[in-house]
Design a protein around this ligand. Structure first.
Ligand SMILES: [Zn+2]
Length: 288
């Protein structure tokens, strides 16, 4: 199961291949183009940058733009997979998770009944804020429920909200095909940074000040997959970023104007809480 394509930021052509892995291996990326084919685990400890995309690095080997495949593996309930890649940036695909969902379905999913999933049920509220953005996670034992409020200040025409109880079906039908976007006012800065070399008319869209959507290159009216494709994509990113915890999470998470930075900080907090909880239970076990 191989896929070729260009990365959104740097535009380099790469191939990826998914390889099923035994239980407890987790999600890993492997730079097969580098000497020694180093692997980089998909964990918060390896996040080295989170501006507009996630970059993971370990011992000099890096991989970036991994958030949409992370969303796909999380949404489809995959715990173990090795993603081989021949370059630094994941292919953009169509700007959503769709190509990764298809790759996973083609590769087939092996169920390891003897190895239960690692599940973490949040036991206290976490709130994180940064520059007018906020993310809150509250205890909820029935699964992972995500909400997002997209809000750009006084421009009420750009406000969108969405709530998603996450499971394979809701993920596939409601958010997996939502494409990446940018505010048209923020595009100049992006291009100045020399980024966006893999942008096509189809793999992302711009949201204008008046609430309409345009194609990124010719600035024609964009045909959206959902009227609220933007907020759905924010949820897709949230699903991918929270899976950097390496665990299935049970909580209610609400983001307001938040993005990769707060998602990653929340994932870090959750890993800290999970580690504290397991060391407490080890102490309790030791006392018995
Ligand atoms: Zn995204």
């Amino acid at each position: 199961m191989e896929y070729h394509g260009r990365g959104l930021f740097h535009g380099q052509e790469v191939s990826i291949r998914l390889r099923p892995q035994p239980p407890n291996t987790g999600i890993q990326f492997q730079r097969v183009d580098l000497p020694g084919s180093p692997t980089i685990p998909a964990g918060v400890a390896y996040v080295k940058d989170h501006k507009r995309r996630i970059l993971l690095a370990r011992e000099g080997a890096a991989v970036e733009g991994i958030e949409h495949i992370m969303a796909a593996v999380s949404g489809l309930g995959i715990d173990n997979v090795l993603v081989e890649i021949t370059g630094k940036e994941m292919p953009a695909g169509d700007g959503s998770s769709l190509v990764f969902v298809q790759l996973i379905r083609e590769a087939g999913v092996v169920e390891h009944k003897e190895a239960p999933r690692q599940i973490f049920t949040l036991y206290r509220t976490i709130t994180l804020e940064n520059d007018g953005a906020r993310i809150t996670a509250v205890p909820y034992d029935k699964g992972l429920e995500l909400s997002y409020h997209m809000d750009f200040g006084d421009r009420s025409v750009l406000r969108q909200s969405y709530t998603l109880p996450l499971n394979e079906e809701t993920f596939s039908q409601q958010i997996s095909s939502a494409r990446t976007f940018s505010l048209s006012s923020g595009v100049g800065e992006f291009i100045k940074l020399g980024l966006g070399k893999g942008v096509t008319e189809e793999n992302c869209f711009l949201i204008n000040e008046d609430g309409t959507a345009s194609t990124p290159i010719n600035k024609k009216r964009a045909s959206l997959r959902f009227a609220d494709e933007g907020v759905r994509h924010k949820l897709l990113d949230m699903v991918g970023d929270l899976y950097l915890t390496g665990m299935e999470l049970r909580a209610r998470v609400t983001g307001t104007r938040s993005g990769h930075l707060l998602n990653v900080l929340l994932a870090k907090k959750i890993v800290e809480l999970a580690e504290a909880e397991s060391s407490l239970s080890r102490i309790a076990d030791a006392k018995v």
